[in-house]
Design a protein around this ligand. Structure first.
Ligand code: SF4
Ligand code: SF4
Length: 504
């Protein structure tokens, strides 16, 4: 990364940090009139509620599937008003909330979790909708299962929000450090972790003190706090393992293959709430920015809350909404988007940014932490050239957004790469489906040919046997031969006599 680009990123981050650093306490957002859950096409799911059915807060809407997605739970009590699949294959479940928020959770497990095995805890997590709340939403049970019953050498707790706009984990640690430590202890038990590292930014003394105090009250075996430099994108899992545990994770290797596992701090709190209160996962804390009013809030919001519910009053002129922070910006469709486990941050932008053509300045390449050539990737993303994108290693893009930040032309590079990756993924799925269909067709042809050859061989055998029998039963035309044959037949039917002379 060259000095100019580094300065650019650092000054940008410092500018945003100064604006956002004041502590923003967690407040609870009131329930919206409706909650909507959209299930992606192709995902295996098992919907267990019907239209007009009354549900309680926390009740299962979509049951978990082994080795598949975790369950989804009602964010409020109310009535199921819609359960339908659209032409694109998205299934929507809608709850008309009743305002009572009546809860019906399963019994809390409490300290009995210590006698539960890792597999039992994984099943509990999976059937209570526990997914990672750091942005990737990977099922917690799936992550632990990837260790293949081996003890985790390191459990890394990621409390490093390096995008300056994301402040929810910071608020959670300041207000709920004890719950976080409790969840870390349970997660360590579930992974049989030999070592626990809690990674915190080195410029957050208040968080450090809160976590230290909570650890003293409720110690977690073999745990330590590691302060890491606050440089973006250190919170990215692969980089964080390298800086906090000093274990480099090679490209194309999943950390679990090396016995390394990480959980976001919000995920650890969700684990503690499940064990101590029996509460499944149906809500999260989201940082909401409203640049028009300058408001920054950490809101406790139920999953399924439409973003429109956050856009009210003076915000009605808003033109775009960004997820995931200032640098890791990800633009959803505003009309249909809802709060999901991935929504760690929502920015309600006042206006769309202007965009110019690429001037080939190369700044994006200078700042790319994965050493890619974003301008080349851009060229081959529109129109999509999958071969060239593979040659320029698009798959190594970590979607960090650094290139967007420095681009003087305001090109949404990361979004373009995300769309290209999705398009390539779809193409790959189609190619795989076509290949599977081709193999099935070839197998069918082989089977038909084999069956036909077998039936022909059978027929030939039958015909040969028939001919043989006919030959044997047809009398010879020569009368002398006929006489000989009948004599032979008679002889063969005569009982054999013993010609041995009697003993003297
Ligand atoms: S988003 Fe991708 S291409 Fe852009 S800087 Fe990050 S890793 Fe590099
Ligand atoms: S994409 Fe932006 S930062 Fe990269 S070379 Fe083009 S203008 Fe420069």
């Amino acid at each position: 990364m060259n000095t100019r680009a580094t300065k650019s990123i650092r000054s940008y981050q410092a500018r945003v940090d100064r604006a956002l650093r004041p502590a923003t306490p967690i407040t609870t957002r009131e329930l919206p009139p409706t909650l909507q859950y959209r299930i992606a096409p192709g995902s295996r799911h098992n919907i267990v509620v019907n239209t007009d059915e009354h549900v309680h807060t926390g009740q299962t809407l979509v049951a978990a599937i082994a080795d598949g997605p975790a369950s989804i739970h009602a964010g409020s009590s109310g009535t199921i008003t819609c359960k339908q699949t659209d032409s694109e294959g998205h299934t929507t479940i809608e709850i008309a909330t009743d305002g009572y928020d009546s809860r019906r959770f399963k019994q809390a497990i409490g300290d009995k979790f210590r006698s539960m095995s890792s597999v039992q805890l994984q099943q509990l997590f999976h059937h209570n909708g526990l997914v990672g709340l750091g942005g990737a939403c990977f099922p917690v049970a799936g992550k632990i299962a990837a260790l293949e019953s081996k003890p985790a050498s390191v459990l890394l707790v990621n409390a490093v929000e390096c995008d300056p706009a994301i402040l929810c984990d910071r608020a959670l640690l300041l207000e709920q450090a004890s719950a976080a430590i409790r969840g870390i202890g349970i997660a360590a038990h579930a992974c049989n972790a030999q070592k626990v590292i809690i990674a915190i930014k080195n410029d957050e003394p208040a968080i450090h003190t809160a976590v230290q105090n909570a650890l003293e009250k409720n110690p977690v075996e073999n745990s330590s706090i590691c302060k890491v430099a606050a440089d973006y994108p250190v919170g990215y899992e692969r980089y964080l393992f390298a800086s906090a545990s000093e274990i480099p994770v090679p490209e194309n290797t999943h950390p679990t293959a090396l016995g390394l596992i990480s959980f976001n701090v919000a995920t650890c709190i969700a684990i503690a709430q499940l064990i101590d209160r029996g509460e499944p996962l149906f809500s999260r804390v989201t940082t909401v920015h409203k640049p028009t009013t300058g408001a920054i809030q950490n809101l406790h919001i139920r999953f399924g809350t439409p973003l429109n519910h956050l856009v009210q009053g003076s915000d009605t002129t808003l033109q775009s909404v960004a997820y995931s922070g200032l640098i890791t910006e990800n633009l959803p469709s505003r009309r249909t988007a809802t709060i999901s486990p991935a929504s760690n941050c929502v920015i309600l932008n006042p206006e769309a940014t202007t965009q110019n053509d690429c001037i080939r300045c190369g700044l994006c390449a200078d700042v790319c932490p994965a050493s890619l050539q974003p301008q080349q990737l851009l060229t081959h993303s529109e129109p999509l050239d999958a071969k060239q994108l593979a040659r320029h290693q698009l798959d190594r893009c970590i979607e960090c957004g650094c290139c967007d930040t420095v681009c003087p032309s305001g090109i949404p590079l990361t979004r373009t790469f995300q769309q290209a990756m999705q398009a390539i993924h779809q193409q790959t799925l189609q190619i795989q489906a076509a290949e599977r269909a081709k193999q099935r067709f070839a197998a069918r042809q082989n089977r038909l040919e084999r069956q036909s050859a077998e039936s022909q061989a059978k027929l030939a055998r039958k015909q040969a046997a028939l001919t043989q029998r006919t030959k044997q039963s047809t009398p010879s035309a020569d009368p002398r031969k006929q006489l000989l044959e009948s004599a032979l037949r008679r002889r063969s039917k005569k009982p054999k006599t013993d010609n041995t002379p009697p003993p003297p």
